[in-house]
Design a protein around this ligand. Structure first.
Ligand code: ZN
Length: 259
């Protein structure tokens, strides 16, 4: 990260672009009170680190570190589909499922930084065991890893392709995934009633191809008048969005006016 930042700062200086702050999105939970990364399942070596303080001292710039999907939600809000909205939820479905929540113009982090962990909300109380230790979590049915495990190790996009080609076993897995994701969208609509829910991430392209199924499931679980005021968009994730996230985080935190 230090080497990458050095290269980017060099290039910015070469182009005469002033850099006002550094933003970092991490795949884990950041304690909003202390800035310490308290848990990171996919990059365990980050756990316990105060990355913001270390990078801030190294580069002498204000440095902001947050959960990557929180940063992505800020990006959608400031530069993407959520521009002009006061509230939105971004559900990022990749290996796992994370969410970022903006309500009434503020990022919601929760008391310990765990706000938005809808991926580990149960959609089946007696369901399969999850890697978090819980049972029937949304990720078990609807994340890339969960879908692959349910389909005997095949990657999630291939499972969706097989289902579209008429393979019954794959279709059962996809159907369950769409139902689980739709149910969670219904819970979000009922519980937070945001103006916009964006489903994105590595598995979103596959979900976009069965959008009608997901929306039908959402309709079965959401209160109809609440759902009527929430727009649901399923958009494939892209690398640019992931990079804009931490930039949005830095702008949000530093209250630098957006360009
Ligand atoms: Zn779980």
């Amino acid at each position: 990260m230090t080497a990458l930042l050095e290269r980017v700062l060099d290039r910015a200086a070469g182009q005469g672009v002033p850099v006002g702050a550094i933003g970092v999105g991490v795949p884990g939970t950041v304690d909003p009170a202390t800035g310490v990364i308290v848990e990171s399942h996919h990059t365990a070596e980050l756990t316990g680190h105060h990355l913001g303080r270390a990078l801030g001292a190294r580069f002498a710039l204000p440095t902001f570190v947050d959960n990557d999907v929180n940063a992505l939600a800020l990006s959608e809000w400031m530069f993407g589909l959520g521009r002009g909205a006061r509230s939105l939820v971004v559900l990022a479905a990749g290996t796992g499922i994370g969410a970022g929540i903006v309500l009434d113009g503020r990022l919601v982090r929760g008391s310990a930084g765990y706000a938005g962990e809808f991926g580990h909300a149960s959609v089946r109380f007696e369901g399969r065991r999850c890697w978090c230790g819980g049972h029937g979590c949304l990720v078990v049915y609807a994340s890339g890893r969960g879908i692959a495990e349910a389909a005997g190790g095949r990657a999630a996009p291939l499972v969706f392709q097989a289902a579209a080609a008429g393979e019954v076993a794959a279709d059962r897995v996809v159907s369950e995934a769409c139902d689980a994701l739709g149910a969670m969208i219904g819970t979000i609509v009922n519980g937070l009633n945001p103006e916009l829910v964006v489903v994105t991430g590595g598995v979103a392209a596959a979900y976009a191809a069965c959008e009608a199924r997901v929306l039908r499931a959402a309709g079965r679980h959401a209160l109809s008048l609440a759902l009527a005021r929430t727009r649901i968009a399923i958009v494939p994730g892209d690398k640019h969005g992931s990079v804009r996230g931490p930039a949005a985080l830095a702008l949000y935190e530093a209250e630098v006016p957006s360009p």
